[in-house]
Ligand binder design. Structure first.
Ligand SMILES: C/C(=C\CNc1ncnc2c1ncn2[C@@H]1O[C@H](COP(=O)(O)O)[C@@H](O)[C@H]1O)CO
Length: 278
């Protein structure tokens, strides 16, 4: 029989005891439960010919909206005091004895020393390293973790941390509270975050928001492909390519970010706020 959880009370793993909470109830955790993350339940396919399942889904989705709303509220509250900040993306898999890890620590330090808070995904690898560098400078070190199908911990260098259930809520926080993105070498997750940022800037959903790719060797092939395939096919423009800054040193990244910040006038910020609907 399935573990008796409802959508209103999703399981919260309790790492210490090896049990899971379903609302107020404490149950033994099974792999099947933890694999069914909140995002997975949200996106789960329901057979359109199954009227009963479709009706259940409609009811569950109505409740789900309230949970999504509460996650936004918690995120806005937690982040409301963040001042100047840069979001750093990068591989979850790089090891502490690698050059890439060292690069990410140096980036965190340089950003921290320049007065920026550092926001990462709060996980291991490049995220941990960037948080570590920021933490060492006593700048604010923020980790926005995500529920995954396997055990997930905030890295120890985070001093403000949150654990999100919904990918898209977390992504909003990455953008909303930062004034630039730096992408360290990474895989699919990093590419997803990079391209989301790029699309937001390209479509002017965010303005004066530099995107810096750190580590030329890692990014060169992708940039060549963008130029040779995407630009040649006319599906992007030369100006789109200019949205990306490619550098090798953390100091160069910070120079680019500071220069963009300097062009950001008060008029800019004021122009948007006040005329908008929430
Ligand atoms: C795979 C491993 C851990 C996964 N833990 C993660 N925790 C938090 N954020 C993550 C994690 N994995 C990916 N991300 C996000 O994607 C980017 C990195 O993805 P990539 O595919 O590794 O490039 C990163 O910026 C995070 O926001 C280790 O066992």
């Amino acid at each position: 029989m399935d573990t008796p959880h409802t959508e209103e009370h999703e399981p919260i793993p309790d790492d210490e005891s090896g049990t899971t909470y379903i609302g107020p109830m404490r149950v033994r955790r099974s792999e099947t439960d933890t694999a069914r993350t909140t995002d997975r339940r949200l996106l789960e396919w329901v057979d359109p010919r199954d009227d009963q399942r479709r009706a259940e889904r409609t009811m569950r989705d109505s409740w789900r909206v309230l949970r999504i709303q509460s996650e936004f509220v918690a995120g806005f509250d937690a982040m409301s005091n963040v001042a100047e900040a840069v979001t750093v993306f990068g591989s979850a898999r790089i090891r502490p004895d690698s050059r890439e890890y060292d690069l990410a620590v140096r980036l965190g330090r340089v950003l921290g020393s320049a007065g920026y808070a550092v926001i990462t995904g709060g996980g291991p690898g490049a995220m941990e390293a960037a948080n570590r560098g920021a933490y060492e400078t006593r700048s604010r070190s923020i980790g926005l973790n995500i529920e995954l199908p396997f055990e997930q911990h905030l890295n120890p260098w985070v001093d403000v941390g949150m654990n999100f259930r919904y990918f898209f809520v977390r992504k909003t926080m990455f953008v909303k509270y930062a004034q630039a993105f730096v992408c360290l070498p990474g895989g699919f997750g990093t590419l997803d975050e990079l391209f989301e940022a790029l699309t937001l800037v390209q479509t002017k959903k965010v303005v004066r928001f530099p995107i810096v790719l750190l580590g030329r060797a890692h990014w060169a092939g992708l940039l060549d492909w963008m130029r040779e395939t995407l630009l040649s096919a006319g599906v992007i423009s030369e100006a789109d390519l200019d949205l990306l800054h490619v550098v090798d040193e953390p100091e160069e990244a910070v120079e680019i970010i500071a220069a963009a910040a300097a062009t950001r006038g008060r008029a800019d910020a004021g122009a948007d706020i006040g005329q908008e609907q929430p």
